[in-house]
Ligand binder design. Structure first.
Ligand SMILES: NC(=O)C1=CN([C@@H]2O[C@H](COP(=O)(O)OP(=O)(O)OC[C@H]3O[C@@H](n4cnc5c(N)ncnc54)[C@H](O)[C@@H]3O)[C@@H](O)[C@H]2O)C=CC1
Ligand SMILES: O=C(O)[C@H]1O[C@H](OP(=O)(O)OP(=O)(O)OC[C@H]2O[C@@H](n3ccc(=O)[nH]c3=O)[C@H](O)[C@@H]2O)[C@H](O)[C@@H](O)[C@@H]1O
Length: 441
């Protein structure tokens, strides 16, 4: 059992803190957002993530999990995880490392100078390659050792992915004695997972940082590939869902991450590929990632295509029409609306003069807070009543299971744009709907 701190308790850090406590460690989560800390300290998740509330409740009650906003409260931890945000720079390219730097400085200032065993700092945030070796110098001056331990969890499956990851990656320092200490401490932190034969990969800092960004770049590429195929399917009358199924049977291609639709969003894939391109350019290797610009462009185009499909299919101008948008989160089982394709599309349709009613099972509060200009309603019924078209833009289970006959009675015009190819098109057509998928003409 180790004393662990987790700095930054957002979508990643709060889950990591709760899961480390669940593994039996004593954990202190730290965040500068005092409202978030108050919620977490009361054993409640400040955002929607399946399974997180139970973990928080149990471990806070057991006294294994505490939260604070004061850096001095975490000074004595054996291992400090850094999980603060690395958003896109306001200029649009490159990662903003402001929070990583502020957290590192604040932590370095409270680290005890003469500790029997050097404390370990383990970076979890997604950072441009080269960041770890820069921060190692800062922490080295305080007698601490740095490792980079990138995270691969998915929102919506964050607890499961943390307690049962596909692999654990350690980016270790060059100096042998430091690498040995870092590996030993991380092995103690993850002992229960390693006992279950979760693969562990040790590497240098740069490789560990690149493993993370290249994994996200690969996933983004897969999605844009299938979306490019969907465009071709639309141009030829072919069906992209059958195509994805057929190519996915080849193990070398695989079935996952081939769902065509309005594309990827969220707080990670879009900003991570842009930061990756920017970093490669800084390193004089921009040519190697030129293709990622196309991945990004194909992805942005999907959002516009959804709007065009709506315009082409609607037998009236968008100006003055009422459009129901089902889904606001960037993916189901999350309330995260960062760079959400659904909200981007809703904004474009509203710009074209339609009244757009947006709903979501979990994200409406976030939309009201962050996009007060959006017209948000709490239920599907309120969204679709008298609508000229329904757009399904996040594939929540409750939307996939909608009864087309029932909702058909509530709308003014039976047109559905299935931006996630998640509806049974036959059922909708049989119920008299004009069904428009993406790559499923
Ligand atoms: N959300 C996800 O599914 C995953 C995120 N990541 C990476 O993890 C990092 C964090 O991402 P999220 O949790 O999604 O972001 P987030 O925005 O939800 O959380 C970041 C947290 O850091 C806090 N913070 C900012 N400055 C701080 C400081 N100086 N000291 C203490 N706390 C501070 C913020 O208040 C916020 O609560 C990013 O680098 C992201 O790319 C990696 C894998 C998965
Ligand atoms: O670095 C991160 O933060 C994380 O980013 C993604 O996780 P996440 O953003 O939570 O969600 P995904 O399941 O990857 O979905 C991302 C977006 O792609 C879209 N998507 C996904 C799969 C697919 O086939 N098609 C598709 O359009 C989703 O709707 C969503 O908008 C990665 O999957 C994680 O491994 C990684 O840790």
């Amino acid at each position: 059992m180790k004393l662990i701190s987790v700095i930054g308790c957002g979508y990643l850090g709060a889950v990591h803190a709760a899961c480390m406590a669940e593994l039996g460690h004593t954990v202190i989560g730290l965040d500068t957002d005092t409202e978030k800390i108050a919620e977490l300290a009361a054993g409640r998740a400040p955002f929607y993530e399946p399974g997180l509330n139970e973990l928080l409740e149990r471990n806070v009650a057991a006294g294994r999990l505490k939260f604070t906003s004061k850096y001095r409260d975490i000074a004595d931890a054996d291992v400090h995880f850094i999980a603060v945000g690395t958003p896109q720079l306001a200029t649009g390219e490159g990662a903003d490392l402001r929070f990583v730097d502020a957290a590192s400085d604040a932590l370095a200032a409270v680290l005890p100078r003469h500790r029997k065993v050097a404390p370990l700092i383990a970076g979890k945030s997604t950072v441009p390659v080269g960041t770890a070796s820069r921060l190692a110098k800062l922490f080295g001056k305080r007698g601490a050792v740095l490792a980079w331990n990138p995270e691969f969890l998915r929102e919506g499956f964050a607890v499961k992915d943390t307690l049962s990851p596909d692999r654990i990656v350690y980016g270790l320092p060059e100096k042998k004695s430091e690498a040995k200490l870092a590996e030993k401490l991380l092995d103690e932190v993850y002992a229960r997972l390693l006992d279950e034969d979760i693969p562990k990969i040790t590497a240098d800092y740069a490789t560990a940082e690149l493993v993370k960004t290249s994994a996200n770049a690969f996933l983004a590429t897969k999605i844009s590939f299938i979306n490019a195929m969907a465009e071709l399917c639309d141009a030829t009358g072919a069906d992209v869902t059958t195509l994805a199924k057929a190519i996915g049977h080849d193990d070398r291609i695989g079935k996952k991450f081939l769902r065509a639709g309005v594309g990827f969003g969220g707080g990670c894939l879009p900003k991570d590929i842009r930061a990756f391109i920017a970093r490669a350019e800084e390193l004089g290797a921009g040519r190697s990632l030129e293709f990622l610009r196309n991945v990004d462009a194909v992805n942005s185009r999907q959002r516009m295509r959804a709007v065009e499909l709506l315009q082409e299919s609607l037998d009236r101008p968008l100006e003055g029409a009422t459009i129901a948008v089902l889904g606001a989160a960037f993916k189901p089982d999350s309330d995260d609306i960062r760079d959400s394709p659904a909200l981007d599309i809703a904004a474009k349709v509203a710009e074209l003069g339609a009244t757009v009613r947006v709903t979501d099972p979990q994200a409406v509060d976030n939309v009201r807070r962050r996009q007060p200009e959006r017209l948000v309603v709490d239920t599907v019924d309120e969204a679709i009543e008298g609508a000229d078209a329904v757009m399904v833009l996040t594939e929540w289970k409750e939307y996939r299971k909608l009864n087309p006959k029932r909702v058909g009675k509530q709308v003014a015009n039976k047109l559905v744009i299935d931006g996630r190819n998640c509806l049974e098109q036959g059922e909708w057509r049989d119920a008299g709907w004009q069904y428009v998928g993406m790559g499923r003409r």
